[in-house]
Design a protein around this ligand. Structure first.
Ligand code: ADP
Length: 617
């Protein structure tokens, strides 16, 4: 009994395919069927040949059964089974077990049918074709040469043999079909269970996703608020500091004020870096392509880096291919940021020697080029093993050696992300203690193919024309103005910020009212008519946008059409568009620069209230 169970478990083990299990069903049933078959043959007395044929069949079946289970992936055992049963055993049985009057025809039908269950179509056609020919051959031999057939003794025996064959074949087919249906049902059940599990997992994923999205929205919100909160006090610090720099005569205090100014700007750029980084992370960073002059970008970078390099006694060189198209189309701000990040690092991580910015290009097609920016330094270099960490966020290399050098480990990560966003690549070559070269390649559209010329020559020409420059700056200074008859209202919930604007505009002698809330602002706008309103956005109770809408709706308001400028620390992407859409005429971001503020007033105040001043130099 135990052995039988073992055999059963082996023949129907899990790892077998349905087809293999089917072969096992057929073979083991056929094997078992032979036992009563032999008994019947002995009883009806067909003779020793019939018994031998059935024993031979059992041996063949057992061999094929063995082979099938030894090589379950091979079609050979099934082919052997079909060939030996249909083409050898059944035809032989036809002659030795009584001819067409017996159950052999039923067996032949069974053989042909299960061939289709086991084999591929082409094999099935071949084998059933041949067995059809053989069957006909057997009939013809029986008819024409009956002496070759060993017939049974009586018609009764023939009927018994046919009945037995009929019963066995029906049972085997029944078993096969039952087994197949069961297997499919089992599989369908497993599939359905898997389906349910998947559906549940999907639902859980969707929930997790929704939670993540809301966490990410909370993070963005937090960052927007944090940026606002930090930029607001920086605004006050830098604004007040500018007043000291303008008005103080004491050299020592001026030095302190200069230090505050540089630390303040550093803090501001740090806040901007963190903001940029989180915008990129949350997928909110957008590129804003414009037409721009490459020379002006190079010039800005030169101006910003030149003094820093000089303070460290480093040579700073800019080299460029003079044929680069002068006007390009791309995100000028980000390109400048990429170059500045690389240059700032080069200066930071170089003790002596030089920093060189080279700009080259290669044509992509008629309307675009690859801009190739490389920054080379003779600094501390980067070891082979550290190169892999270079572009990781918040990762600083050699923390110990670099501990005196300020940094967050964000610059290169942001640089790479911007580069990738623009469809470009960034590479680095570096040798420890010898220096590094960072190369950024960015596709840019061409707006004007006029060659840019050599940067250093244009720069020299410019300094040669120092006189003209002076005149120019004189003209710029002419833009200084007074507007004692103009009246403006400044709204901000932070008193210090109100003071900054007041002090920055002190020289213009503009009449100014200061409101510390939306409510207070609405009181003023009912009482006085203003030429311009400067409005902070984030204020408690009533924010700047609500205040603007209320001003426009005031029944007896005196400022229904007064231009209102958003003055805000909200520096997120899309902020400008949002303010203009809400009805502000312009947007100034904090920390406010006096030049921005004055330019805005000059643009928006009524011309007849502005007295432009001629400076004597
Ligand atoms: P930060 O300079 O703020 O630390 P970055 O992302 O700009 O962050 O740079 C990451 C690290 O890569 C730096 O901490 C520094 O170790 C290394 N690194 C960057 N540029 C250079 C360079 N030009 N020479 C040597 N090391 C550099």
């Amino acid at each position: 009994m135990n052995h039988l169970k073992k055999i059963y478990r082996y023949l129907f083990r899990e790892e077998l395919s349905i087809k293999n299990k089917l072969v096992n069903v057929i073979l083991s049933s056929a094997f078992l069927v032979q036992i009563p078959g032999i008994i019947v043959t002995i009883i009806v007395g067909t003779g020793i040949a019939g018994v031998l044929a059935q024993v031979l069949m059992m041996v063949i079946i057992a061999t094929i059964l063995f082979m099938t289970n030894k090589m379950p992936d091979s079609p050979v055992p099934s082919i052997l089974l079909a060939v030996s049963a249909n083409l050898i055993i059944f035809p032989v049985m036809f002659f030795v077990s009584g001819g067409s009057g017996t159950g052999i025809v039923v067996w032949m039908l069974f053989g042909a049918t299960f061939t289709w269950l086991l084999l591929e179509v082409k094999w099935s056609i071949v084998i059933t074709g041949i067995s059809f020919i053989l069957l006909n051959g057997c009939f013809h031999v029986e008819k024409n040469y009956p002496e070759y057939v060993s017939f049974l003794d009586s018609r009764n025996e023939e009927i018994l043999d046919t009945t037995i064959a009929f019963i066995f074949v029906t049972v085997i087919f029944g078993l096969i079909f039952k087994y197949q249906t069961n297997s499919y049902e089992k599989q369908a059940k497993v599939l359905k269970e898997n389906d349910d599990v998947l559906r549940k997992l999907n639902e859980e994923l969707a929930e997790a996703n929704a939670r993540l999205e809301s966490a990410s929205a909370a993070k963005s919100n937090f960052l927007a608020n944090m940026s606002h909160e930090i930029r607001t006090p920086i605004n006050a610090v830098l604004g007040m500091d500018e007043m000291i720099l303008r008005e103080c005569k004491d050299r020592q205090i001026l030095e302190y004020a200069n230090d505050i100014d540089s630390a303040g700007h550093q803090l501001l750029s740090l806040v901007n870096d963190i903001l940029d980084f989180s915008k990129i992370e949350s997928g909110k960073m957008e590129l804003h392509p414009v037409e721009y002059e490459l020379f002006s970008v190079m010039n800005d970078c030169y101006n910003m880096i030149f003094m820093r390099a000089k303070r460290k006694d480093l040579d700073f060189v800019i080299e460029n291919d003079e044929k680069i198209p002068a006007v390009l189309y791309g995100d000028e701000v980000r390109i400048r940021q990429i170059i500045m990040n690389l240059l700032t690092n080069a200066v930071k991580y170089t003790k002596d020697g030089s920093v060189k910015l080279s700009i080259r290009y290669e044509n992509r097609d008629d309307s675009s080029i690859n801009l190739i920016i490389s920054v080379k330094d003779t600094g501390i270099g980067i070891s082979e093993e550290n190169k892999q960490y270079l572009f990781d966020s918040f990762k600083r290399i050699d923390e110990r050696t670099n501990r005196n050098i300020e940094g967050t480990g964000l610059g290169l990560s942001i640089t790479r992300r911007f580069t990738v966003m623009m469809g470009g690549t960034i590479d680095v070559e570096s040798k420890l203690y010898e220096g590094s070269t960072f190369t950024v390649t960015i596709p840019q559209k061409v707006a004007d193919r006029t060659p840019i010329g050599r940067f250093d020559e244009r720069l020299n020409r410019r300094s040669e024309n120092a006189e003209t420059e002076k005149k120019k700056s004189k003209e710029e200074k002419k833009e200084a103005f007074k507007a004692p008859r103009a009246r403006i209202l400044v709204v901000d919930d932070v008193k210090m910020n109100l003071n900054v604007v007041k002090l920055l505009l002190k020289n213009t002698e503009i009449q100014m009212d200061l409101a510390a809330s939306g409510d207070e602002c609405l009181k003023y706008t009912l009482e006085k008519r203003y030429d311009l309103i400067l409005m902070d956005h984030m204020m408690p109770i009533m924010d700047g946008i609500q205040a603007l809408h209320r001003i426009r709706e005031q029944a007896d308001g005196l400022n229904l059409d007064t231009p209102v400028v958003a003055l805000t620390a909200n520096a997120l992407v899309g902020a400008q568009e949002m303010y203009l859409e809400e009805g502000f005429v312009s947007y100034i971001s904090k920390p406010v620069k006096s030049t921005d503020l004055e330019a805005c007033l000059l643009r928006l105040l009524p011309e007849d209230k502005i007295i432009r001043e001629q400076h004597e130099d």
